[in-house]
Design a protein. Structure first.
Length: 272
């Protein structure tokens, strides 16, 4: 019988990257993090020592707590969260079990510094089309669900980055940008260590749509059409980003779960 207080790595892997994924809270001690500083996708670091002080911040959320081996620290923190009315489980086997199962782990070496509220801050050109929606989607779903994105005039990106401590992306001459034939989305997948069959396939679609190479994959033309349509529907870039998140969620699920599925009508010979 499955536990009502634990979730397995296999079960959690089906939820990671989805819009309704649980909040992941990493309570590993500093020594364990120093030995392997990678994080489960979109996870937040907290200390078990002051759980009473931060537990209520997770009210109304589903939470999975991760420690090194899925024992006392994550069990205790999850139990405390449940005491406060939070729907909390701990990851069976902890970080080690997730790593051994080949679960995605975010490389933190290039992760931008967080602000006082614990968020990463990014800035790029206004009026996004493809890559400037793709990158925020990847960051929010797999790196930092609370990330802040600033859309400004192209000529002001560098100065806004400097004055506000934001990380520029998808603009010439910065780290998080195109490299050769690969686009900024590819760069982020590579640098954050997020390569997987589903994300790599989505990256191909994004690359084809973003660099006018619609012959690369058959989905690119429709993806570009939807992206350009969204850019015409919304005057506000942040509203467009929120709408675009659904588009990327749908394509990610297709890449992960439905790539082999076909649809036809009539559904069977001889039927109308």
């Amino acid at each position: 019988m499955s536990s009502n207080i634990q979730i397995t790595p296999a079960q959690l892997s089906r939820l990671v990257g989805l819009p309704d994924a649980p909040t992941l809270v990493d309570v590993r001690i500093d020594e364990d993090v120093a030995a392997d500083p990678r994080l489960l996708p979109a996870s937040e670091r907290r200390s078990h020592r002051d759980v009473a002080a931060w537990a209520l911040a997770y009210a109304g959320r589903k939470v999975v707590v991760i420690c090194q081996r899925g024992q006392k620290l994550s069990e205790g923190v999850a139990a405390w969260l449940r005491h406060e009315g939070v729907a909390a489980e701990n990851l069976a086997g902890g970080f080690e079990a997730w790593r051994e199962a080949g679960g995605l782990l975010v490389e933190t070496g290039k992760l931008p510094q967080r602000d006082a509220a614990g968020r990463t801050l990014w800035v790029t050109r206004a009026r996004p089309k493809v890559d400037r929606i793709a990158c925020p989607w990847l960051i929010r779903r797999f790196v930092d669900p609370h990330a802040v994105f600033l859309f400004v005039s192209a000529s002001e990106v560098a100065d806004v980055a400097d004055r506000f401590g934001a990380t520029p992306f998808d603009i010439d001459g910065v780290f998080w940008s195109h490299r050769g034939e690969r686009c900024s989305f590819d760069t982020m997948i590579e640098q954050f260590g997020l390569s997987s069959p589903a994300l790599d396939q989505l990256a191909m679609i994004v690359r084809a749509a973003d660099t006018a190479r619609l012959d690369l994959v058959p989905q690119a033309a429709g993806f570009l059409a939807a992206s350009l349509g969204l850019s015409r529907m919304y005057r506000d870039d942040l509203a467009q980003l929120e709408a675009g998140m659904l588009l990327y969620d749908a394509f990610y699920r297709w890449c992960r779960d439905a790539g082999d599925e076909t649809h036809n009508w009539p559904s069977a010979p001889g039927k109308i």
